[in-house]
Design a protein around this ligand. Structure first.
Ligand code: FES
Ligand code: FES
Length: 211
């Protein structure tokens, strides 16, 4: 393992640890003290379950779920890439289904359950997909990685649930084709082009024999 790899992995692990340890209420508590946003909008009360913890706060109704997570709850593991639904960096799981959190308003999800990369695992107890991304070098700069991992976990659940994709050839097929994996992950862009390694990580977690 090169020094670069150690540093890169260390940074990712540390970032996840810091994010996991951050209080879910920070700026959210401050927001509760006022009834209007900085731009004068009436604040809307909202309750979410984020990574298993209930949070109550008030938000400007124009706040996206992505900004609520990053700016109000300080869960910065979820990344903002394009901020308009084209890159997948902001992927989280909402009530068990993956979504682009930049494309939806937080106030639309009162009472919903959100899982972010911080809720999937911790540096001490990685989710199998997080571990597989490390094993298979499924990242380079790491910016897309939280979204890729949330999507990858969801894709395996979608396959297990028999939800077809555009590339599904046979729902009874035990091992999806590489084309199917790529199609299912096509909403997650990686500028570092780690795609083959991401698919390898997914196949590893799915229990497939590597070609
Ligand atoms: S930041 Fe949401 S899709 Fe790019
Ligand atoms: S690892 Fe750099 S954008 Fe995907």
């Amino acid at each position: 393992m090169s020094a670069n790899e150690v540093t890169r992995r260390g940074i990712l692990g540390s970032a996840a640890a810091v994010a996991a340890a951050s209080p879910l209420v920070g700026r959210a508590v401050a927001a509760e003290n006022g009834s209007r946003s900085e731009k004068g909008s009436a604040m809307i009360p909202i309750e979410l379950t984020v990574n298993g913890r209930e949070v109550h706060f008030q938000l400007d109704p124009r706040t996206t779920l992505l900004d609520a997570l990053r700016e109000h709850l300080r869960l910065t593991g979820t990344k903002k890439g394009c901020d308009h639904g084209q890159c997948g960096a902001c992927t989280v799981m909402l009530n068990g289904r993956r979504i682009n959190s930049c494309l939806t308003l937080a106030v639309m999800h009162d009472g919903d359950s959100v899982t972010t990369i911080e809720g999937l695992g911790s540096p001490e107890a990685l989710h199998p997909m997080q571990r597989a991304f490390i094993t298979h070098d499924g990242y380079q700069c790491g910016y897309c990685t939280p979204g890729q991992i949330c999507s990858a976990v969801s894709v395996l659940e979608e396959i297990r649930a028999g939800i077809p994709s555009h590339a599904t050839e046979d729902l009874d097929r035990i091992v999806p084709s590489e084309a199917e994996y790529r199609e299912r992950m096509s909403g997650n862009i990686c500028r570092c082009a780690a795609y083959p390694n991401i698919i390898a990580a997914m196949r590893d977690v799915a229990g497939e024999t590597q070609a």
